[in-house]
Structure formats: C-alpha cells, structure tokens
Write a protein that binds this ligand. Structure first.
Ligand code: ZN
Ligand code: ZN
Length: 147
C-alpha cells in the first residue's frame, strides 16, 4: 500500500490510471470494472432532467437510482474500516450527475466521510486527496499511533 501511494503521488500524470487501479483494489475483486454498457443508455435517458447542482442532485430520485446501480455491484461497506452502518457514497469527482463512473464513487462510513471533508474540504476533483486519505486511514487502523 505504501509503495503504491508513493508511486501515485510522484506522478500526477499517471494518477488517473493508478488511482483507479488502487480504488478498485480497495473495493476488492468484485469491483473489476467492466465496460459499462448501460452508461450510454443512461446518458440518452433523461439526462436533461437530472439536476446540474449537486445540492439538488443528491436529494433527487436520480441519485437514488445511481446509488442502487452502484450497490448492486459493490459492497455496502466503508472501504477504510469495513463498517456497514451509515454508509455514504462519496463523490471522488463531481459532475456527470446520474452517470457517474463507478470509479468516481467510493463507499465511506459516516465517520470517515465526515473526517474526509473536514480534512480536505470539497473540490471538484478529489482523486488524489481521496486516495491519500484512504491509504492514510487504513495505515492508521493497521498501525495505530499512540499519543
Ligand atoms: Zn469507516
Ligand atoms: Zn464526500
């Protein structure tokens, strides 16, 4: 994990590919990303009606639907601590609402989600920050710091 992290942070150029690889690793083998054949259909289907504003979107039925699609493929568990209570789906990249790529979403428990945004706030693209956070928090769980 550490080696991965260093490699990834070293080169922003390679980030997309490597980040996706690691995030997929974090999700486990189930998350092998297959070409998403429903994506185009979803774009055609009523993308105009999907709210462009995040605040409206997360309250909409479109987000409910998108989440359901995600949960059918991925475990409803925090990728950091493995908790399955109060799971939030965190946007690693904002935008493309209703047709978000699976790689741009990640399951976090309420505690880790809150901690993430308290630490890194919210930006449009948080691939690097999310990855960093997941690695750091996982390491912390493995090797707790006693202070
Ligand atoms: Zn957690
Ligand atoms: Zn979030």
């Amino acid at each position: 994990m550490l080696k991965y992290k260093r490699e990834i942070l070293k080169s922003n150029k390679k980030l997309d590919k490597e980040a996706n690889k690691l995030l997929r690793g974090v999700w486990g083998s189930k998350a092998k990303v297959k070409p998403d054949t429903t994506r185009k259909k979803r774009i055609r289907k009523g993308s105009k009606r999907i709210p462009k504003k995040y605040n409206l979107y997360i309250k909409s039925k479109h987000w409910d639907k998108r989440k359901n699609v995600f949960w059918k493929k991925h475990e409803r568990k925090c990728v950091i601590c493995g908790s399955s209570g109060f799971i939030n789906l965190h946007h690693i990249v904002y935008g493309n609402y209703g047709i978000e790529k699976d790689e741009h979403l990640v399951a976090l428990c309420r505690y880790h989600h809150q901690l993430y945004h308290d630490t890194y706030k919210t930006k449009r693209n948080m691939e690097k920050e999310t990855l960093e956070f997941i690695c750091e928090q996982k390491e912390l769980l493995e090797f707790p710091k006693f202070s």
